[in-house]
Design a protein around this ligand. Structure first.
Ligand SMILES: *Cc1c(COP(=O)(O)O)cnc(C)c1O
Length: 376
């Protein structure tokens, strides 16, 4: 059996090698490394794929969040609501811009922000909500949009982990995550569901005004060459990364369905094991694109299981070991540490298993049998 990895970028590359190499070579031969025509081409293909009016490519997913927030014309001290359980980027950019993070506990089933807790935290300083679609599943966007509309708040979806997933509204209509809020952001970090071979990111919006503004911000606040109307940043997706992404975008649905098949095999093998809770899916199975396949271990033995996996050379991840309220860099921002009972419980239970597009049935069987063996 092939060595088991948390992600298998090399195996994935081998299957599309000739196309990727050809497209990279084209960029090198034309030497149009920055803002080459391929960046526009990828942008337009991604706009079609997710069905949004504007995609603005940028340098990474963290920049994307910062640029989105910069576009909202907020003032120092304005409040931005977000989740307590995620990768650091969201709270980091809020703080870097001098805004105040107002952090909310999560839904114990999906690990996403709990919409029921948002309304109570809204003040007259609240200006925006950043829901993060964690592990590949959309937040409950219908409720979030309703709260935002009622309180006149802007919504920025962090879609770095859920590109290609669909959210199902109560009328059964489906819409791609990342097209529901005012702005959405994503990352093309290599291990993401659509990853490049370096850093990359993008911002989505259906608003012509916001798109215009953000295209200026990513380019030093320039709307006319060498005339700087505001303080911007330098954040670009380079042409070689765009060429790679343009090839891989064609396979994104296939990649996501490979992940769903792997998740389904894992789910079946863990049936009947009381200590294991498999990922909860809010609506249809295709609504979850399994950026991570994250189990909850209910008997307090998560760390022992982790040791057991390590002994058997099976990689795993603990996403995330702490909520933001306990991180050294952010904890002074929190008034009360008692607001996060769910995060505090979940962080001791979660364990993410190898999940990628190249997992074989044999590997999944081996991983699940090793886990089941631990509980028997
Ligand atoms: C990866 C990730 C980011 C940051 O993306 P980078 O490209 O690494 O800056 C932001 N938010 C979430 C939820 C992520 O998973």
């Amino acid at each position: 059996m092939k060595k088991i990895n948390m992600v298998d970028l090399n195996g994935q590359y081998r299957k599309i090698r000739w196309q990727v190499n050809r497209e990279m070579k084209k960029v090198i031969n034309t030497s149009s490394f920055i803002n080459g025509p391929i960046v526009k081409e990828f942008q337009s293909n991604l706009e079609k794929y997710i069905d949004v009016r504007h995609v603005i490519p940028c340098a990474n997913g963290t920049d994307a969040l910062q640029i989105a927030l910069m576009a909202l014309n907020l003032e120092k001290g304005d409040e931005v609501i977000t989740t307590n359980f995620s990768f650091a980027s969201t709270i980091e950019v809020i703080l870097l811009l001098g805004l105040k993070p107002v952090v909310i506990d999560i839904d114990p089933r999906t690990f996403n922000i709990n919409p029921n807790l948002i309304q109570d935290k809204i003040t007259d300083k609240t200006k925006a909500i950043i829901p993060v679609h964690l592990f590949g599943q959309s937040c409950r966007m219908e409720e979030i949009i309703e709260i935002a509309n009622k309180n006149n708040l802007q919504v920025i979806e962090d879609n770095a982990q859920a590109l290609g997933s669909k959210f199902k509204f109560s009328n059964s209509q489906k819409q791609m995550s990342g097209t529901i809020g005012d702005i959405a952001t994503t990352s093309f970090f290599p291990s993401k569901n659509l990853g490049c071979y370096g850093d990359g990111g993008a911002i989505f919006t259906n608003s012509d005004n916001l798109a215009y503004k953000m295209r200026g911000i990513v380019n030093h606040g320039m709307y006319e060459r060498y005339y700087h109307d505001e303080v911007g940043v330098n954040s670009r997706l380079d042409s070689i990364q765009a060429a790679i992404l343009n090839v891989k975008l064609k396979y994104l649905d296939k990649y996501n369905s490979n992940r769903q098949e792997a998740a389904s095999l894992y789910n079946t093998s863990f049936e009947g094991i009381d200590e294991i809770e498999v990922p909860f899916v809010e609506s249809d199975f295709d609504s979850h694109v399994y950026h991570q396949y994250t189990l909850k271990i209910n008997n307090g033995k998560r760390d022992e299981l982790a040791n057991h996996l390590q002994k058997n050379n099976i990689p795993f991840g603990i996403y995330y070991p702490l909520g933001f309220h306990e991180q050294k860099a952010y904890k002074q921002e929190f008034v009360s540490e008692n607001d996060f009972p769910v995060t505090n419980k979940i962080k001791e239970q979660v364990i993410s298993l190898p999940m990628h597009t190249e997992l074989s049935k044999k590997q999944i069987k081996f991983i699940s049998n090793t886990i089941i063996g631990f509980f028997e």
